[in-house]
Ligand binder design. Structure first.
Ligand code: ADP
Ligand code: MG
Length: 254
């Protein structure tokens, strides 16, 4: 399976949100790392087909996603950064509603609704109204809806916002268990969210992809730059601080 981004650019007025971003994703988990404003959501909106790039295109298995239309929607799961949940719906009703939007009738949706509620740990509260939920519960419901269609491509924009440490572990293990035959892209500005699960890191800075690779390779690169011996004590956090810190040299591209 292949998802390709080719020369993606997008500006908002004078703001270059994304500049010539290209990459290829195959099965596995990708951590899209960058500080606020680096273009993560813009990239994700393009990858999910919700925003048209000004230049470039996205292809799934060699086909332009904008031409695939509904066929791309069928294989895509998406967790948006902003929560748009219906306060007066119960968790279960919301999931049936989301299934209906995807053309799946209540009876047919039953097994997948039950399954995703279990996966995110919301089975017990499935009849409770969303307005009574904590931030973490709402976030898990948003994740649950992205899994309804058993997506081959799963794209999550800051999915761990509002989750407590226990819930983070639950979601992390869930994603790990799903990764073998899927493309999973997780955006975050918190390194620890992805450093232990992502097969590859993607560093996005001011709309440019400044690095893509395994954490180990990035750490090794960082150690060479710093003229240090490779050490287990160095982590992605150090790499992140180096590339996104004030002393970053623009020519220093991984
Ligand atoms: P991130 O998700 O990494 O925080 P965004 O993709 O949301 O980054 O934003 C990238 C840049 O584009 C920022 O400078 C942001 O202010 C700008 N931007 C994003 N969306 C819009 C918009 N709808 N209108 C104007 N500027 C925007
Ligand atoms: Mg964002």
């Amino acid at each position: 399976m292949r998802l390709n981004a080719e020369g993606l650019s997008k500006s908002y007025g004078e703001t270059k949100a994304l500049s010539g971003v290209s990459f290829e994703l195959t099965e596995g988990i990708y951590g899209l790392l960058g500080p606020n404003g680096s273009g993560k959501s813009t990239l994700i909106n393009i990858l999910t087909g919700n925003l048209a790039p000004q230049t470039g295109k996205v292809e799934f298995e060699g086909e332009d996603i904008r031409e695939m239309g509904i066929n791309y929607r069928r294989i895509l799961g998406y967790v948006p950064q902003k929560q748009a949940l219906y306060a007066d719906f119960s968790a279960e009703r919301f999931l049936f509603y989301m299934s209906a939007l995807n053309g799946i009738k209540t009876k047919a949706a039953k097994p997948s609704v039950k399954e995703v509620l279990r996966e995110v740990g919301l089975s017990e509260v499935r009849h409770d109204k969303i307005k009574t939920f904590s931030g973490g519960m709402k976030q898990r419901l948003l994740i649950a809806q992205s899994l309804l269609n058993n997506p081959r491509v799963l794209i999550m924009d800051e999915p761990s916002v509002g989750l407590d440490p226990k819930q983070r572990v639950l979601i992390r293990n869930l994603l790990k268990s799903m990764a073998a035959d899927r493309i999973i892209l997780i955006s975050t500005h918190v390194v620890s969210d992805v450093e232990n699960i992502a097969d590859k890191m993607m560093l996005l800075k001011k709309g440019r992809l400044i690095g893509m690779g395994t954490a180990r390779n990035m750490i090794a690169y960082y150690c060479r730059r710093k003229k240090m011996a490779f050490s287990e004590k160095v982590g992605m956090e150090d790499v992140y601080l180096h590339f996104f810190g004030e002393h970053y040299d623009e020519t220093d591209i991984l």
